[in-house]
Design a protein around this ligand. Structure first.
Ligand code: KG4
Ligand code: ZN
Length: 366
């Protein structure tokens, strides 16, 4: 079936045309407009500006997706849309557009959870991938491990208790004056730090682990983030730097490398525990931070050591995109999930869950 999918949960307006069937997983087109340049001025996503940019761009992004796909709107069998979690104003833009499209094309509207969507990117990259598997989602808003027993049944078995990994990367990058968003720049800089270390540089600072030291599979990134931020401020003071003056390259490279190493080893240790606990033989790594080369390497080594299959979508499918929403939409559709015109958007999973319990979410089962 051909699905038009729309994603607008944060600062990317994205749309795709995918074709999904039992033995088919094709991306015919995927158009993404990123608002990074706008939010870079503020050092972070400004929710109201994000909604306004979505409303300006959603129509042209959808046109672009159709044009690239070679299909017409009337060829679509369904419209899938992200309805939770995310910035409420941003979600509402994509949701309203998707509702009107589904109505005018007279096709079903499929509500999709953004996190399940990130996981579904793996089905597009690995057409033979099948549940059950573990899904590790590491993004700007989430760091969670899920037991995925069917494509639509997710059980969270570990999660961050405070900041997400992406949020911590961005904050540390910003404090060091790296380009926004800090994640990708920290990735590059950490390679420089590793190189310095291999050439004999001594890194003596001990960064705290984000893996909580207990029986759970939970994380906490706030201690690690605060340690990095304080270390940076202390170094600026020690060197009596003016606001506009940059920290020395070697120091920045050390922070990026040590911070990243701590993130990677913390995530690897909890994932290892999750694999042992569940006995699952396949792991999916997805979400924006799954683009991080050090994390990809660390998890690949773990998978090799433990003899599990690892599925990591290509970088283009790790960050927010429409294709992943279309892929998950297919499985939701197969399960009989539809939305009516009262479908609402929910900023948090808890909000969506509460609404579904009270029957006020506009979602039903056929
Ligand atoms: O999944 P995503 O596109 O949006 C959310 O749903 O949050 O993730 C965005 C996050 C940002 O924090 C960004 O800095 C981070 O992914 N990110 C990275 C890398 N590329 C993107 N973090 C670390 N290393 C990267 N290479
Ligand atoms: Zn995301």
């Amino acid at each position: 079936m051909l699905i038009l999918s729309i994603e607008s949960s944060c600062d990317e307006t994205a749309c795709a045309v995918v074709e999904m069937d039992d033995d088919k997983r094709i991306i015919h087109s995927s158009a993404v407009f990123s608002q990074i340049e706008t939010h870079a001025l503020y050092g972070g996503v400004v929710p109201e500006i994000a909604s306004r940019e979505h409303i300006e761009k959603v129509s042209s992004v959808i046109h672009e997706a159709f044009e690239k796909s070679g299909f017409e709107p009337r060829d679509m069998d369904a419209v899938a849309v992200t309805y939770s979690p995310g910035l409420i104003g941003s979600l509402l833009v994509g949701l309203s557009f998707a509702k009107s499209l589904a109505l005018s094309l007279d096709v079903p509207l499929i509500p999709v959870d953004h996190i399940k969507g990130h996981t579904a990117a793996a089905y597009l990259a690995y057409p033979d991938l099948e549940a059950p598997f573990l899904s590790l989602i590491v993004s700007g808003g989430h760091t969670s491990i899920y037991k995925v027993t069917t494509p639509t049944d997710f059980e969270e078995i570990g999660a961050t208790r405070d900041d997400a990994a992406g949020e911590a990367f961005d904050k540390v990058g910003r404090i060091m004056g790296l380009p926004y968003p800090g994640g990708a720049a920290m990735d590059k800089l950490a390679h420089e730090g590793k190189k310095l270390k291999s050439e004999g540089a001594k890194f003596t600072r001990r960064f705290p682990s984000p893996a909580i030291n207990d029986e759970t599979l939970d994380f906490s990134f706030s201690g690690l983030k605060t340690f990095a931020v304080n270390t940076i401020h202390t170094e600026r003071q020690r060197l009596s730097l003016e606001k506009h003056e940059e920290l020395p390259f070697e120091f920045r490279a050390e922070i990026a490398a040590c911070f990243t190493e701590s993130v990677v080893s913390g995530i690897v240790s909890k994932l290892e525990a999750a694999i042992k606990e569940t006995g699952f033989k396949t792991v999916v790594l997805a979400g924006g931070v799954a683009a991080n080369s050090h994390l990809r390497e660390g998890i690949s080594k773990l998978a090799e050591r433990m003899g599990v299959r690892l599925c990591i979508p290509p970088i283009s499918l790790c960050g927010d995109n429409g294709a992943m929403i279309g892929a998950q939409g297919y499985f939701e559709f197969k399960k009989g999930i539809r939305a009516d015109s009262s479908l609402n958007a929910f900023a948090s999973e808890e909000g969506a869950l509460h609404a579904s319990k009270t029957g006020s979410d506009g979602i039903y089962h056929v």
